[in-house]
Design a protein around this ligand. Structure first.
Ligand SMILES: Cc1cc2nc3c(=O)[nH]c(=O)nc-3n(C[C@H](O)[C@H](O)[C@H](O)COP(=O)(O)O)c2cc1C
Length: 166
């Protein structure tokens, strides 16, 4: 199955998890592309209007059978760059979609869950079928376990979707 991991990552945490996921899903037999969302010029962390954000490129979600969308938690919310991306892409009609976020604080209730809730609502408003999600807490001593669980969960969900596609 063609899988696109669309990721916003400023300091590399989210990207590092995306790369491990790419490795795992490739070993599972999928074709996996990572597409990074990058702003034109330095990212302005105080920009509040998502319309003012400009990206170097807007990956086409239609190129994939399954989407994985990921980014950092920002101010206990979803990444503004991802919100901007969602505002610029067309419908995601029934596209199976997995979401994950990374955050500094140690527990998902410290913003991660809220960010996922926002990302889920934005994807569902575009018609996507969100089939799973995960939070990675960078300062949690169980971070490695969280990442291992994410890899296992997403691998199983992708395999289940793949059976339906074939
Ligand atoms: C402007 C800004 C706001 C942030 N807000 C939060 C927050 O509310 N909660 C949290 O746990 N981490 C917060 N962080 C930390 C990032 O979510 C965390 O370091 C994340 O793993 C970074 O991912 P990246 O390396 O892929 O960019 C914030 C970081 C920045 C730059």
């Amino acid at each position: 199955m063609e899988i696109g991991i669309i990721v916003h990552s400023l300091t590399g945490n989210t990207l590092s998890v995306a790369e491990r996921l790419q490795e795992r899903l490739t070993a599972d037999g999928h074709d996996v592309e990572i597409e990074q969302l990058k702003t034109i010029g330095e990212e302005n962390l105080s920009e509040t209007k998502i319309d003012n954000i400009k990206l170097k490129g807007y990956p086409d979600p239609q190129a994939y059978d399954l989407l994985i969308i990921a980014g950092p938690v920002r101010g206990a919310s979803a990444s503004p760059v991802l919100k901007h991306y969602f505002s610029r892409i067309g419908q995601l009609e029934k596209k199976p979609t997995l979401l994950f976020v990374t955050q500094f604080f140690p527990f998902p209730w410290m913003g991660g869950k809220n960010a996922l809730k926002q990302m889920t609502a934005l994807c569902e408003a575009l018609g996507a079928e969100v089939i799973g999600s995960a939070v990675i807490n960078w300062k949690n001593p169980r971070r490695e376990r969280q990442i291992a669980e994410l890899l296992q969960q997403f691998s199983e969900l992708a395999a289940r979707k793949d059976q339906k596609v074939k």
